[in-house]
Design a protein around this ligand. Structure first.
Ligand SMILES: Cc1cc2nc3c(=O)[nH]c(=O)nc-3n(C[C@H](O)[C@H](O)[C@H](O)COP(=O)(O)O)c2cc1C
Ligand code: SF4
Ligand code: SF4
Length: 434
């Protein structure tokens, strides 16, 4: 069976699944239950200076759902831990003592002043924790106080605080980045420049979940007012995948360790992040939605898939997908695919037809011999994939590459040659052929 033991920055854990800094890791009780369930590690809920912060006393979470009420996106207006520092430190020490084979990393957020970091770092080091993660990502509440994403959005601050932490502590240092920024590569580069050992991402995305149209209040509502919160859960996974991959392939941060976070719910989600180059993964919303035991499926599923593929260790597939992540201009313009409908699976709902007829390329016929029948018209199909996206039956419509002959839409022969936009005749800035 595949060996999924993980070693991230020298921090060992029996599997690559860590719980992200959030309510699941807020106290010893939770963390012990998580370790019993099989989680490889935790990043403890963010610690701050005493006196502890004060949370609101009403709804602090909101959600968006799919049609089956499956949770797709989650939002919170919660702050960092609201428990005293010494209570957290005592519990962290105890947990690390009792669970030496699990990763215990401590998330920190204190004001952007050297003294504040100098003061808290030795206290954390004394717990025996495996490392620290700086929360430069929280987009609400703390950012208005000059912390969280207010730091993560300024690469110079990221670098400065990273330096302080490396100077005043021997612990491995992870910087947790905010996605509330135009180009994630800049804070990642700053993190590396400042000497931090890794980045983790993403923290939550600034958001308003919904508006109550009776009360005219953004949700969740606190006494008639709502505030922006942080968005996470399955819906943010594509954003997180992109940001992780950007850092992995950036020439300035290539090889820099990344702990991936954002919407990870299944072993497959985790494997995708690892395939793009992440060293391990962290999970929050999925644990809050389904409980700690989801890690059993993650462990089992990842091992089974690795066995199937012949990957003996995580390193055998970490990063394998990253070289295939390219800029648009590098995509092969000679590649041609057409949609194909499996008539045995088709339930004749007509959704593909409506979508293609109204908003795409009128490339699906809806009748044959006076009956409902859905067929692709190759001479019109541009291969856009919209019909696949809207079809309610999995694998009923597939996209099949053309490998020979002539594309009936363009009249051009199919070629195996690769040609991209940089050399295309329509490109006014094309690179002249040698
Ligand atoms: C209720 C809640 C509280 C959170 N608190 C923290 C926190 O204290 N520190 C932190 O770094 N991230 C915090 N996060 C962000 C998560 O650690 C994680 O980065 C984010 O939720 C994305 O992962 P997910 O899609 O698996 O939830 C919190 C998230 C939620 C939902
Ligand atoms: S791939 Fe696009 S163009 Fe082709 S049939 Fe489907 S929706 Fe229409
Ligand atoms: S959307 Fe799918 S199931 Fe519905 S008609 Fe089209 S191919 Fe058939």
């Amino acid at each position: 069976m595949a060996d999924i033991r993980s070693n991230f920055l020298g921090i060992k854990s029996p599997n690559p699944f860590w719980l992200a800094s959030a309510p699941p890791t807020d106290k010893e009780y939770n963390v012990v239950r998580a370790f019993r369930a099989g989680w490889g590690g935790v990043v403890w809920k963010t610690l701050g200076e005493d006196p502890p912060i004060v949370n609101i006393n009403g709804p602090r979470y909101g959600a968006i759902y799919g049609g089956d009420r499956r949770l797709l996106g989650f939002n919170n207006v919660e702050l960092i831990t609201d428990r005293p520092l010494d209570v957290n430190l005592r519990e962290i020490k105890q947990v690390k003592r009792d669970w030496p084979d699990r990763a215990v990393v401590v998330s920190l957020m204190v004001p952007c002043e050297e003294q504040a970091w100098k003061k808290i770092l030795p206290l954390v080091e004394d717990t025996g924790a495996d490392g620290i993660e700086l929360n430069f990502g929280c987009p609400h509440g703390m950012s208005e106080r000059g912390m969280g994403s207010a730091v993560g959005q300024v690469p110079e601050y990221v670098e400065m605080v990273a330096r302080w932490c490396k100077q005043h502590s021997r612990m491995p240092l992870i910087i947790k980045l905010t996605p509330n920024i135009t180009d994630i590569r800049f804070p990642a580069r700053a993190s590396k420049q400042g000497g931090a050992d890794a980045v983790s991402l993403i923290n939550t995305i600034k958001s308003i979940m919904s508006v109550d149209l009776d009360k005219m209040t953004p949700a969740p509502d606190t006494d008639g007012k709502g505030s922006h919160g942080g968005f996470c859960g399955p819906a943010v996974k594509p954003i997180a995948l992109h940001m992780v991959a950007e850092i992995v392939r950036d020439a300035e941060t290539r090889g820099y360790p990344v702990s991936a976070i954002g919407g990870i719910t299944t072993w497959r989600d985790a494997a995708e992040f690892l395939a793009l180059g992440a060293g391990n993964v962290q999970v929050c919303t999925a644990a809050m939605t389904y409980g700690f035991r989801i890690v059993e499926d993650m462990i089992e599923g990842l091992k089974n898939w690795m066995d199937e593929k012949g990957y003996g260790r995580l390193d055998d597939f970490i990063g394998l997908a990253n070289p295939n992540f390219v800029e648009w201009q590098d995509l092969n313009l000679n590649y041609v695919a057409k949609a194909r409908i499996n008539q045995d699976l088709c339930i004749k709902c007509g959704r593909c037809y409506v979508a293609c007829e109204d908003t795409s390329h009128q490339a699906i016929s809806n009748a044959k011999d006076g009956r409902r029948h859905f067929e692709i018209i190759d001479a019109e199909c541009v291969g856009c994939n919209l019909c696949v996206c809207v079809c309610p039956v999995e694998n009923c419509i597939t996209m099949e590459p053309m490998t020979s002959g002539v594309d009936p839409r363009t009249g051009l022969p199919i070629t195996k040659d690769y040609a991209n936009w940089t050399t295309h005749p329509n490109n006014p800035n094309r690179v002249a052929a040698e």
